[in-house]
Ligand binder design. Structure first.
Ligand SMILES: NC(=O)c1ccc[n+]([C@@H]2O[C@H](COP(=O)([O-])OP(=O)(O)OC[C@H]3O[C@@H](n4cnc5c(N)ncnc54)[C@H](O)[C@@H]3O)[C@@H](O)[C@H]2O)c1
Length: 699
């Protein structure tokens, strides 16, 4: 059974890669492609070859499942197949439709000419999986389009439309209508003219421009330093392209292969591949199958135009769904809409949105103070104050006002969705939609399932998350849900570290260097110390009284230092600047708290800080899994990547835990528990995994 079939059209052999759904280049395809190419070259009646893809696309690239596994004996590697194509004695033309990504595009770069259908998408997205193109992509692409364009394309890893690929010089011709017929005609002309193969690896002009100019690469590295902080692959892409310029082709290929092999075996690439699969998996809910009926959401309403409500409304307007925003009075409404307007205007000012599009989006956001105006909305999202009696009152009112089909959700960060749902006569149509701040930017939505929430409602809300550009993760009800509950476990320990001897800037640096966008203290100043204070006040009645937390943050609140908004919090801030400056006054406060508590301050190492912050958070994640509040460890990983900027290259906290080893984390937690008590008690699930030599990924 050949995964590649050959059809003769006159003296042209048309080879089709046929491996649905995406023509992935697994072992069978590579063997078959090598054989069919050889057969066509051996056939005296064949003048030229066309390689194309059967079905939807040319090829989506390598079979990711094969990464890290041994290659079966006798099966050629992709670079070997491509070398055979490029070295062919007869012209080989790629006919590209749908997608040519990664190894798929690399095959076409090994061909001597490329034709593409209009609207096909081409690119080398390897970098997003923590690797570099390993089948000649970094060596051949710069030879076709020049170094700077190749750097841009390979480091970004995006797919580009065939029209752009044509303008850059990747694609030689855009096909009129029948791609394969056009490619065959193109090949016939070459044969008739006796044109010899044009081998990409032999092209020198475009790379010669950059030879002896290391500054081009240095400048590029500097330009991407912030964006790519912590990631290995983007920098490896630059190194490999630089080698293409400075080494002979064969050596450049060997160098690329070496870098590829190193990265494919790296923890970063394993983590990024995990995230790639997790992003797809997270939409799957075992008891809510794919064919569960959903309701169309063609209009929405938001209750409250505060910090969250305005941002949530923008998500709808951005995708063309009309949304009505309800406020208590005209002033509050105008204030809320003004913030939204300013948000859009700043995007326009940065050149990332046209004025026309801004006007269209603002035109989709209607403001009102009359609940009657939401009666026909398909979904209403409540984002009023965090106050149970108020939320119950609002839900009751919405239940009476809205049509029977309307789904009603709350953006609460901590309140019991079941209690809120019980205020309505439609608890099956109620759930939580917990957006993260700023709601128009952060892509996470924790969709909270209540005891009575129907499967149709869950399916509808999960689909809606995707439709408005969010990543929806289904979670259960508990204080803080999944993300914040784990966050508290970590910030609590950070507080104790301060009492024991650390300073905010030291803790923040450790967390930043680990890869999060900022540490807990810079984050508290950004979110507002008053906000954190209110959360703690709300938690106070249910806090287990034998468990203490550090009250330094409360004392800072009492000093009227609310963070960036008052230019003073854990740090101080110069006017108009967001750069935190360590403040001796805060250091004095921290030291005096240690004294009060009778703690002799000690030097705390960075590794201890990291473990003390991360392990309790992972431990909390284990408890969340035991309690069934997240479906899988991967759901928690996605929550942390999209809600808190946990570095993708570490795969999320639970994947990171598996890299460290459950046994190591369990040992550390047991030790910390002995030293610091109850908060740090190892979760039974962590203990079980440690004893069985397993990880969260094995669950
Ligand atoms: N701020 C965050 O970072 C954040 C993050 C996630 C979730 N949340 C949750 O989102 C909700 C809203 O938080 P926020 O930060 O946007 O609060 P906010 O105080 O900024 O805004 C709340 C708005 O609701 C309006 N409002 C109050 N009662 C109303 C009513 N009966 N009808 C219509 N409007 C009413 C208020 O006038 C105010 O403008 C809360 O439940 C909060 O816990 C907040």
């Amino acid at each position: 059974m050949g995964a590649v079939t050959t059809e003769k059209r006159g003296n042209i052999a048309v080879l089709s890669i046929d491996n649905p759904p995406v023509n992935a280049l697994g072992a069978a395809v590579r063997s078959s492609l090598a054989e069919e190419i050889q057969a066509a070259l051996d056939d005296a009646a064949t003048g030229a070859l066309v390689i194309t893809g059967a079905g939807r696309m040319f090829s989506g690239g390598a079979d990711i499942q094969e990464f890290g596994k041994e290659r079966p004996a006798g099966v050629p590697s992709l670079p070997e197949v491509i070398t055979a194509i490029e070295g062919a004695s007869k012209p080989v033309i790629a006919a590209i439709h749908g997608v040519a990504a990664g190894g798929g595009l690399e095959i076409s770069l090994g061909c001597h000419w490329r034709l593409a259908a209009p609207g096909a998408r081409l690119g080398l997205p390897e970098v997003t999986l923590g690797i570099i193109p390993g089948a000649g992509g970094t060596q051949r692409l710069p030879r076709l389009i020049g170094v700077e364009a190749a750097l841009e394309a390979i480091v970004a890893g995006n797919l580009m439309p065939s029209e752009k690929a044509h303008a850059l010089g990747i694609v030689d011709e855009i096909s009129g209508n029948d791609l394969v017929a056009d490619a065959v005609a193109f090949a016939e002309k070459l044969v008739a003219a006796g044109t010899p193969p044009r081998r990409t690896g032999e092209l020198e002009d475009r790379i010669a421009e950059a030879r002896g100019k290391p500054e081009i690469f240095e400048k590029f590295r500097q330009g991407m330093a912030r964006r790519a902080r912590g990631f290995e692959a983007p920098f490896a892409c630059v190194d490999s392209i630089e080698a293409a310029v400075n080494l002979p082709f064969a050596e450049g290929l060997a160098n690329e292969r070496e870098i590829f092999a190193r990265l494919v075996a790296s923890d970063q690439s394993k983590a990024q591949r995990h995230v790639f699969f997790a992003e797809r998996e997270v939409a799957k809910i075992p008891d809510v199958p794919k064919d569960t009926p959903t309701q169309p959401i063609e209009s929405a309403a938001i209750i409250g135009a505060g910090t969250m409500g305005g941002g949530i409304a923008m998500n709808f307007a951005n995708v063309g769904i009309p949304v009505t925003v309800i406020e208590v009075d005209a002033d509050a409404l105008e204030k809320g809409l003004e913030v939204t307007r300013k948000n859009y205007a700043s995007t326009v000012a940065k050149g990332r949105l046209s004025q026309d599009d801004m006007d269209k989006r603002m035109g989709l956001i209607a403001g009102s103070t009359d609940y009657g105006d939401v009666a026909d909305a398909d979904i209403v999202i409540e984002a009023a104050f965090e106050d149970m009696p108020l939320k119950k009152e609002i839900f009751q009112r919405l239940d009476q006002t809205c049509k029977a089909e309307t789904i009603i959700t709350s953006n609460t960060s901590s309140l019991d969705i079941d209690e809120i749902a019980a205020a309505t006569g439609r608890p099956e149509k109620v759930m939580g939609t917990h957006f993260f701040s700023p709601a128009n930017v952060m892509r996470l939505a924790e969709n909270v399932r209540g005891a009575e929430t129907s499967k149709d409602t869950i399916a509808t809300v999960m689909d809606l998350s995707k439709a408005i550009g969010k990543v929806g993760v289904l979670v259960g009800i508990c204080d803080g849900f999944v993300g914040n509950r784990m966050l508290y476990a970590y910030t609590r320990q950070a507080g104790f570290l301060l009492e024991e001897g650390a300073l905010p800037e030291q803790v923040d640096k450790v967390i930043y260097d680990f890869g999060l966008p900022m540490g807990p203290y810079a984050m508290a100043d950004l979110a507002g110390i008053d906000v954190g204070w209110r959360v703690r006040q709300a938690q106070e009645p249910t806090r287990p009284k034998h468990l203490r937390y550090s009250d330094i943050a409360d004392r800072i609140y009492e000093m009227d230092r609310y963070g960036q908004k008052t230019q003073a919090g854990w740090y101080r801030y110069e006017k108009g600047s967001r750069a935190p400056i360590p403040d001796p006054e805060i250091e004095k406060l921290i030291v005096s708290v240690s004294e009060e508590l009778g703690i002799e301050r000690r030097a705390i190492g960075d590794q201890e800080i990291l473990e003390r912050c991360m392990y309790p958070m992972i431990n909390e994640g284990a408890k969340i899994l035991e309690e069934g509040l997240a479906l899988r460890a991967l759901d928690i990983d996605i929550i942390w990547i999209y809600g808190f900027g946990f570095p993708r290259y570490r795969g999320g906290p639970m994947f990171y835990a598996d890299l460290v080893g459950a046994d190591k984390i369990y040992d550390a937690m047991s030790r910390l528990y002995d030293e610091h008590g109850e908060w740090l008690k190892p979760a039974p699930l962590l203990e079980k995994l440690a004893k069985e030599g397993k990880g969260f990924g094995d669950l």
